[in-house]
Design a protein. Structure first.
Length: 305
């Protein structure tokens, strides 16, 4: 999810079908090509149905994804799910209403209900290219919800949907394809960029750096063969470890300075410079300060625990 418009101009957040990659049998990814506000979109097939994961930003992108999915499915039934409620991942779901069954975890459905309109208004202020894609967007309503886990049968293949609990957002969901060793993380993992912390007090403070680390530890233990992140290049379990290790160093450097009672602005400036020096090739350093703010807020809770 984006930072303020003044520091972060956007190009056209348009899904392109020029880079579609097969990562396992009957699993293809529409790669985001490192374009901001374009997610990796995945199609997972079985003999009877195809699951689409994430829609792109707004109806126009979603219609393009739906057309591709219809051709790919070749008569198979369509399902749709989204990894979390942020607009580039979920705010095209209504386009699928007559063509696919939309299912997701209960916490994500709650995020759409309670925060969707606020995020839609915020994103529409991010410049003309983003506002254009969201001009006709509405907040989607799922057809089916589940609480913790759901196993979706596609015909000869079972896909597992699992709510992780609060981390990048309150309603994060991961998707695994056990027979292929494939894991879809949404924005719990992003390749070669600083982790996105949607820390917007007092409006949205559900992101938790501490819980995020715990979630990634559990995902690393699963040893997936292929990891499809929310944004950036496809990787393997090392990608999960890289993101986890960054969050750990961000936490440790933040709490070390927080113990010294430095002002938060000073802490954030020092850590931004340090993280950029350690990861000079990573994108989106503007999210470092928001991560520091989130972790400063969790410092007292951790001490109490």
């Amino acid at each position: 999810m984006p930072a303020e418009t003044s520091e972060y101009p956007y190009a056209d957040p348009v899904v392109q079908l020029t880079d579609v990659r097969e990562v396992a049998r009957d699993i293809v990814v529409i790669a985001n090509r490192n374009v901001d506000l374009v997610p990796n979109i995945t199609l997972i097939g079985g003999t009877e149905a195809v699951l689409v994961v994430d829609t792109g930003l707004g109806p126009r992108n979603a219609r393009k994804v739906l057309e591709f999915a219809g051709e790919y499915a070749a008569g198979r039934r369509l399902y749709l799910t989204t990894t979390h409620f942020h607009p580039e991942h979920a705010f095209g779901a209504d386009v699928f209403a007559d063509a696919a069954t939309y299912l997701l975890n209960r916490a994500q459905a709650d995020d759409l209900t309670t925060k969707g309109e606020g995020y839609l208004a915020m994103f529409r202020q991010l410049g003309e290219p983003v506002a254009r894609e969201l001009a006709e967007a509405t907040i989607p309503i799922p057809d089916l919800t589940y609480e913790d886990t759901h196993e979706l049968e596609l015909g000869g293949r079972t896909v597992r949907l699992r709510a992780t609990g609060r981390a990048h957002s309150k309603g994060d969901q991961v998707v695994t394809v056990p027979d292929a060793g494939v894991l879809l993380t949404g924005d719990l993992a992003e390749a070669d960029q600083f982790a996105i912390f949607p820390w917007f007090p007092p409006y949205d403070v559900d992101v938790s750096g501490v819980r995020w680390i715990d979630v990634l530890n559990r995902l690393v233990e699963g040893q997936p063969r292929v990891v499809v992140p929310g944004h950036g290049g496809i990787g393997d379990v090392r990608l999960l470890a890289q993101v986890r290790d960054y969050l750990v160093e961000l936490r440790d450097e933040t709490w070390k300075r927080r113990d010294s009672a430095l002002p938060e602005d000073t802490i954030a400036a020092e850590i931004r410079a340090l993280m950029i020096a350690r990861h000079p090739d990573w994108r989106l350093p503007e999210w470092i300060e928001r991560g520091v703010g989130c972790l400063c807020s969790e410092h007292g809770d951790a001490e109490a625990t």
